[in-house]
Design a protein around this ligand. Sequence first.
Ligand code: FES
Ligand code: FES
Length: 210
Amino acid sequence: MTGRHVDRRTVLVSSAALGMVAAAGPTAVLAQGSPAAPRHPPATTRLTVNGRPATLTADARTTLLDGLREHLGLTGTKKGCDQGQCGACTILVNGRRVNSCLTLAVMHEGDAVTTIEGMGTADALHPLQRAFIERDGFQCGYCTPGQIMSAAAIIEEARRGAPSHVTADLAGKVELTDAEIRERMSGNICRCAAYPNIVAAIRDAAGERI
Ligand code: FES
Ligand code: FES
């Protein structure tokens, strides 16, 4: 008998193979027979980091957080969730706090960035750093750089009179009460739950008029 014998098993195996190709989509087919996928040329961003000019050359999809940590070697800024939920990556951009995991480095051409490395030195601590030590405002310390950068920003926000959700008098002076501090720091999560001491440290530093 001419022709190929096609049994049930052959049909099932062939169907499964076709199904896998279909599931992989056109990329799998292209990968075998076409030139390599186009590469994205790196983008160059010039900005100021902690008072010094910096040039960041990286894939245009690089977040500011990864740019600081992986390309400029500033690992003080921490990556917690990488999706805007924990505040560990908080830095200042032109004086305002930003979750650096949620913004691309290329969006910051010409901006002035401040990270925890720009806040003080071991010999000359920033008042917030000193207050966090004195008040024991951390345990593992992973959230601490973000807490301190956020704290610096909220002290400025209060001085400008920017109200928060718990500010009673929208036209008056903003006092950094514990309730104000807790509300304004609510985007900075501490999984060691050092919150009472963090609030105390910020209260102390705010009183120093940093
Ligand atoms: Fe950016 Fe968590 S790492 S908010
Ligand atoms: Fe450990 Fe805040 S001190 S997460």
